[in-house]
Design a protein around this ligand. Structure first.
Ligand code: FE2
Length: 311
């Protein structure tokens, strides 16, 4: 296996491995080490079908099962892999359909699954059909950003607890998205704002566009604080932009990155499959649980009556 950097601060391309050959004993220990150190791994020219994508993800931990997470039932061992696509049943979806608008909502900076009872450790994405232009995925290292934060801001983050919900990002695109079952079913979560990597000890800012409040902080002050942090993390020098080719596989560390999709011509297909693995205490999950308890009923996100859509 050889590596070359994707960005000066994070991410490597890994060459010389067919991901179908990876097992717990063969290649995985080295891949896991690279993952802990670099937070983003790229493998090109891969041929992962759904079963192989699941097999690879399972080496990192249990597959995320969003239905079970929200229903409070045990996660299934191999739930269907979510497709991220503007094509269903052989036809392109209309650009103004709710399913497409829900994809467009992912063009805001976010971290996957922060609004679940059990957040994600990784997302493992493989590209199947890519458009002729656009459709990139951009990522930033919130570990690098945390290291660079001015001391006063870092001190304020150290003990902060962020409140997360999927609703604000959907509301900013189209209020009708709040009625989608795959949006409405999620509750609110509270996570500490810093996720230390249990292997390396390196802290990262655990933040997302899903953050709508800060525990114990007045709404206006919380909004300004979170906006300042998001702006800091997403400055151009922190961004790695990935232009997808079919067969690309990206694995990113949800504990130490944020990402967003970029627009593409919606009369062209873009199909990726995305497989999240749930974080466990051995991944440091216990360290982001607030010491004063999970999200409370009075902390729930309340949609404003006059929501403004994005232009
Ligand atoms: Fe995402």
């Amino acid at each position: 296996m050889e590596t070359s950097p994707l960005h000066p601060r994070f991410g490597v391309e890994v060459k010389g491995v067919d991901l179908r050959d990876v097992t717990a004993a063969r290649h995985y220990p080295e891949i896991r080490r690279l993952f802990e150190d670099h937070a983003l791994l790229l493998f090109r020219g891969q041929s992962l079908d759904e079963a192989a994508q699941n097999d690879l993800a399972l080496l990192f931990g249990p597959l995320e099962d969003r239905l079970a997470d929200t229903a409070g039932t045990p996660a299934r061992a191999r739930p269907a892999i979510p497709r991220l696509s503007n094509r269903e049943d052989g036809a392109l979806l209309p650009a103004d359909s709710l399913d497409v608008l829900n994809l467009i909502a992912n063009q805001q900076w976010h971290t996957d699954s922060t609004f679940l009872n059990t957040p994600a450790l990784i997302n493992l994405i493989t590209a199947h059909v890519v458009p002729s232009r656009g459709g990139e995925t951009e990522l930033v290292s919130t570990r690098a950003a945390f290291a660079d934060l001015p001391a006063d801001l870092r001190a304020r983050v150290a003990d902060a607890v962020f409140l997360h919900s999927v609703l604000p990002s959907r509301l900013r695109v189209d209020a009708d998205l709040l009625a989608l079952e795959q949006v409405a079913r999620y509750g609110c979560q509270a996570w500490r704002a810093v996720w230390p990597n249990p292997e390396t000890g390196q802290p990262a800012l655990y933040i997302a566009g899903h953050v709508y409040g800060v525990r114990g902080m007045a709404p206006a002050a919380a909004e300004a604080f979170v906006a300042e942090l998001l702006a800091f993390c997403t400055r151009p020098e922190y961004v790695y932009s990935h232009a997808w080719r079919p067969g690309d596989v990206l694995i990113w560390d949800e504990r130490a990155t944020m990402h967003r999709g970029r627009p593409w011509p919606l009369d062209e297909e873009r199909t990726l499959t995305s497989c999240c693995v749930s974080a466990r205490d051995l991944d440091g999950l216990a360290q982001v649980r607030p010491t004063d308890g999970p999200a409370r009923a009075e902390e729930a996100f309340v949609p404003p009556a006059n929501a403004e859509p994005l232009s």
